[in-house]
Structures are given as C-alpha cells and as structure tokens.
Design a binder for this molecule. Structure first.
Ligand code: NAD
Length: 438
C-alpha cells in the first residue's frame, strides 16, 4: 500500500515508521525543511525509545522516505494521513489552519481516488469542513476525482509510542463508505492479525472518541488531585486511598496518581477544546471545566509548598529534577516543571535544572535564565531545596549520602510521591509530598 503522511512530528513519524514496518510504502511530508533534512541524514528530531532504529531500518529497506513536497507525493497514493498539529487558539478552541491547509493542497494536486484520513485530533464536524475544502479545490480545476474522508484518531502515548502503535488496545476508525472501510481494514490488519480490534463507526463519533478519551483520563487525574488536596487538610494519606479505590476493578489503578497536574501537548489543549466545542453548541460541560480549573490550581502546588517551607525564596537556590511533561519523552509542551521554574524565577530564586533528555528543548525556551546541570547530583550542588517534578527512573533511587553532601539545605519537594518518608528522614531530609503529611 502506498500512503502519504503529512506532518512528521510525534504522531506522524511514529505512524509512518510503524506503517512502513508492516510493509506499507510510506512518504512522510513536513513543511519544516530542517526537520526533513535531518531525517534524510538519519537524525531523529524527537526522543522516543526505539524510534531511531525503526526509522533507520525502514529507510534502509526503501519503505520510508521524507520530503517537504506534498504535491509530488500524491500520485498513486491510496491514503493521505494528516498528522499536523492542532494547537489551541486563545479562546481554547482547536486551531485547524494546518489541517485545512493540507486538505486544500490535497484537493489541488491529487490525481486519483484517495482517502483523506485525519489522524490529528480535531473537533467534531471537522470532517465536513475538510470534505468541502477538497471538493471545492477539485471543482476549481474541473477535476472529476472521487475521494473519501475518514477519521483515525491516534491514542499513542509519548514514551511508549511504538509499542502503543504496533499493538494498540484498539484502533478507532470513522468512515462514510465501504471503500474507505476496506482500505483502512487492509492497512491495520497486520497490526491486529490475531485479535482484530478496529472499531468502525461514523466519522463524527470517531472524532468525538478521541476527546472523550483524553477528557476521561484528565478527569481521573484532576479528581485524584482534588482528593489529594483534601487528604492533606484532613490528615489522610492519598497513597492509601489510591490503592484502596484502584483495587476496585470498576475503577482500576491507571491514571490515579496525584501529583503536580497533567501537562503535555494533548490533555490541556484537548480538555479546553472539548469545553469550547460544547460552548459553541450552547452547552456547558461543567465536569470538564472543573477538571481544568483543578489542574490550573495545581500548577502552583510545589511553589506554594516551597514558599511555605523556605519563606522568601529570593536569592535561594532551588534544584529541579525532571522537566519533560512526563518520563521517556523530551516533550515540554505545557510541562508543569516549566511553570514551577517561572514561578521560582519570578520570586527571585536561582534555579538549576536537570532532565535526562529534555535539556535542549528547555534551553530553547528558557535560555540562560536558569543553570543547566550535567547530571542530577550536579543540579543539587549548593541547592537549598530540591524539587522532583518528572518521575524519571534514574531519580527513584538516589545516593542519599551524595545528595546530602551536595545540597546546602535538606528539603525535598517530591511532586510525584516517589520517595519513602522514613528513608528520607533517616538521612536527615525534610520530605514534602502531595496529598500525604510531611
Ligand atoms: P507535532 O507538533 O510534533 O508535529 C506536527 C508537525 O506538522 C510539525 O513537524 C509541523 O512542522 C508539521 N506541519 C504543520 N503544518 C504542516 C503542513 N501544512 N504540511 C506539512 N507539515 C506540516 O505534533 P504531534 O504531537 O505529532 O501532534 C499532531 C496531532 O496529533 C495533534 O492534533 C495532536 O493533538 C495529535 N496527537 C498527538 C499525540 C502526542 O502524543 N503527541 C497523541 C495523539 C494525538
């Protein structure tokens, strides 16, 4: 099968490499020339475990190529996937200009029947707009070419993207025609040979499924953080409560961790976009609005704890471990750590940061306003306090003696509840956690 994927970011690159691995002939397109040049030279623009090998292998096999030209890569293509960004607009709605741009170009240059598949996360009803745009472009040039539109929202998690893509829990596909359905079936068959879990539905429901999934997961996180806040006030231990409710199989353990709030490129924008779609239809999604409200308040939780413990932080040195919005990725979009760093800088603190893979991305955003350490102990050198914001594995078992010797003060703000209170106390550290007494 010959397919073109437009947008070579986290989703486009992982999808392209994975489809190629299953034997499809894939062209990945991006307007970012540097990104494409780097990819052509074997340089992967993002950190994602296993991605470099997968890309190299499929490029070498001649099944995966990279280009900046969409128009030259539509001939003989059965499916065009759009995996371009859909960032938030100032009113919270999704900015669809990149998706629309791709649809326009496809309508302008397509030479035969194809399915236009939206993999980007887009508000319900976008498929109608996309269909109109393509039909309009075909009309303008008097071309009588058939096409279908489909929705194939992506559920991969950064940090485990290849595994998620290669063996998904399910694949959701919204289609309007049997022809499009058959093509999508053919494409996904190799991924789900033994247990074919492609859920076909109408296109609007597929578009909505993606937002509903992210909103549900974000709701669990905000719910648990609300419980954590109350635990602190009443002297209960949120970790016990988490185990207590998570072991009920109607609830389950996943996405019940309290902490510093959700971030990343999806949950914040998708929760906002869902509420915004509802408002467009004259409806208020009160649960979803509260989910965001709780999350916004959480962005200050560590700063407030630091200010309470240290008093004025002006001139004090604070070390921050973990900057990516979660472990195993270098994605820092809406990362809680960056909000904390900004709050500390604003209050006059000196900040030293360390993350195993996200330092380059952070440097692009924060420049020389913070000090960058080469490892976790170097970050803690001379620090009055240490904050753990992203729970990378290497932070889980520190050498406490080395840490104590490095730091000036001995306070640890554990934004992910990864340390044991008694153990830290035995080394003379004061340990602040989320939803548990200090
Ligand atoms: P990204 O920002 O990493 O990549 C988007 C790419 O699209 C960029 O490289 C950009 O240069 C390119 N682009 C923009 N306009 C273009 C055009 N007209 N032609 C060609 N390329 C163009 O974004 P991402 O994180 O991969 O997300 C893409 C979409 O998938 C979003 O809608 C997102 O919500 C959704 N999604 C993301 C994830 C995730 O974990 N990142 C998971 C599921 C769904």
């Amino acid at each position: 099968m010959k397919i073109t994927i437009v947008g070579t970011g986290y989703v486009g690159l992982v999808s392209g490499a994975s489809f190629a691995e299953m034997g499809a002939e894939v062209t990945c397109v991006d307007i970012d020339r540097t990104k494409i040049e780097n990819l052509c030279n074997g340089l992967i623009p993002i950190y994602e475990p296993g991605l470099d090998d997968l890309v190299a292998k499929n490029v070498a096999a001649g099944r995966l190529r990279f280009t900046t030209s969409l128009r030259d890569n539509l001939d003989g293509v059965e499916m065009v996937f759009t995996a371009v960004g859909t960032p938030p607009k100032t009113d919270g709605g999704a900015d669809l200009r990149y998706v629309e741009q791709v649809a326009r170009e496809v309508g302008e240059y397509m030479t035969g029947y194809l399915v236009f598949v939206t993999k980007s996360t887009v508000p319900v009803g976008t498929w109608r707009k996309v269909k109109e745009i393509i039909a309009d472009q075909l009309d303008r040039r008097g071309a009588k070419i058939g096409f279908d539109v489909a929705s194939n929202p992506e559920f991969l998690k950064e940090g485990a993207a290849i595994k998620d893509f290669m063996s998904p829990d399910r694949v959701v596909v919204g289609v309007e025609s049997t022809r499009a359905r058959e093509l999508m079936e053919k494409l996904y068959k190799p991924f789900l040979l033994n247990n074919f879990r492609v859920i076909f539905m109408d296109v609007s429901s597929a578009e909505m499924t993606k937002y509903a999934a992210n909103a549900m997961l974000a709701t669990r996180i905000s719910f648990m953080n609300d419980i954590a806040n109350l635990c602190e006030l009443v002297g209960a231990d949120v970790e016990m409560v988490r185990r207590g409710i998570g072991s009920d199989n109607r609830i389950g353990m996943k996405f019940l961790y309290p902490g510093v709030g959700y971030g990343g490129s999806c949950f914040p924008k998708d929760v906002r976009a869902l509420a915004s779609t509802a408002r467009e239809y004259g409806y208020r999604m009160r649960v979803i609005e509260a989910v965001e409200e709780v999350n916004n308040a959480l962005k200050s939780v560590l700063f407030n704890k630091i200010a309470q413990e240290l008093g004025n932080v002006r001139g004090r040195t604070v070390a921050v471990w973990g900057l990516a919005f979660k472990p195993e990725t270098d994605d820092i979009r809406e990362a809680p750590a960056l909000v904390l760093v900004e709050q500390l800088l604003e209050a006059g603190a000196e900040v030293t940061v360390y993350d195993p893979v996200a330092m380059n991305e952070v440097r692009k955003q924060l420049g020389e306003r913070v000090a960058y350490a080469c490892d976790m102990y170097a970050a803690a050198q001379g620090a009055d306090a240490l904050c753990v914001v992203t729970e990378w594995k290497e932070f889980r078992l520190p050498d406490w003696d080395a840490l104590k010797a490095a730091m000036r003060g001995h306070v640890i703000f554990d934004g992910r509840n990864i340390y044991d209170r008694e153990e830290l106390a035995s080394y003379g550290f004061i340990h602040h956690r989320i939803g548990r007494s200090s």
